[in-house]
Design a protein around this ligand. Structure first.
Ligand SMILES: Nc1ncnc2c1ncn2[C@@H]1O[C@H](COP(=O)(O)OP(=O)(O)OP(=O)(O)O)[C@@H](O)[C@H]1O
Length: 228
């Protein structure tokens, strides 16, 4: 369902010049597969997730998700693709503060499959154990609860691939297990492929496939010492 070939990503550096962050000859995931991605800080894990989500464009190479070649899409096309195919759980949740939990979940449905459906939004909140908090705003929820709303929102568009960037990093240890269970089990039930970036070996241990960015990115080691 995901196939990356010869992917290069370079960034313009603030001081001029370019920095190559990713050089990935091959990276693949099958439908419903669950993969933990680990690696050194600054190695390019978030950049890889952003490229797969179509939030960034590749410098060269191919990214196919669900048989769609992302690198050939316009910005609008990538927005449509993301809404229809990708769920994204951020480290910092990224809920809209002026909207209630259920409104945030409905926003996740706006451009996805099936359109906006209030009953389904409530079902999703029920699934993450927050049906009784549907009308609370993010600041009226605990941090663990906010991340559970963000998971409900990410699942709301019925994605085929869920990208999760250190989803438990800002959640207390007790809630972290619940958040992790929720993501892993929801993806399993709905056959959603899951790619999760983590720094935690406890989290990685929950996955049968664990990839190190250094093993798939040819320049990861070099990148940590760009001056050398
Ligand atoms: N928009 C940008 N412009 C220039 N450089 C960038 C940009 N985004 C990221 N980088 C650089 O790319 C490198 C990889 O960043 P990225 O956030 O992907 O790493 P990461 O592996 O996710 O790190 P961490 O584990 O610390 O979150 C960093 O050196 C960063 O400075």
């Amino acid at each position: 369902m995901l196939s990356i070939v010869d992917l290069i990503k370079k960034f313009q550096q603030p001081g001029g010049g370019e920095l190559t962050v990713l050089d990935v000859p091959k990276f693949e995931m099958t439908r419903g597969e669950q993969v933990a991605l680990i690696g050194e800080s600054g190695g390019g894990k978030t950049t890889l997730l952003h490229l797969i989500a179509g939030m960034l464009t590749a410098t060269s190479g191919s990214i196919r998700v669900d048989n769609l070649e992302l690198t050939k899409l316009s910005e609008q096309g990538r927005d449509r693709f993301r809404a229809a195919t990708i769920g994204y759980v951020f480290q910092t949740f990224n809920l809209l503060p002026a909207f209630s939990a259920i409104e945030n979940v409905k926003l996740g449905m706006t451009f996805g499959h099936g359109g906006v459906d209030g009953a389904r939004a409530l079902d999703l909140l029920e699934r993450v154990g927050l049906a009784d908090r549907a009308h609370y705003r993010p600041k009226q929820l605990s941090v663990g609860q906010q991340q559970r709303v963000a998971i409900a929102r990410a699942l709301a568009g019925q994605p085929k691939l869920l990208l999760a960037d250190e989803p438990t990093a800002n959640v207390d240890p007790a809630s972290a297990d619940a958040v992790l269970d929720l993501i892993i089990e929801s993806c399993r039930q709905d056959s959603i492929a899951l790619l999760m970036v983590t720094h935690s070996m406890d989290v990685a241990d929950r996955f049968s496939r664990v990839d190190r960015l250094e093993d798939i990115n040819r320049i990861a080691a070099l990148h940590q010492h760009p001056a050398s």
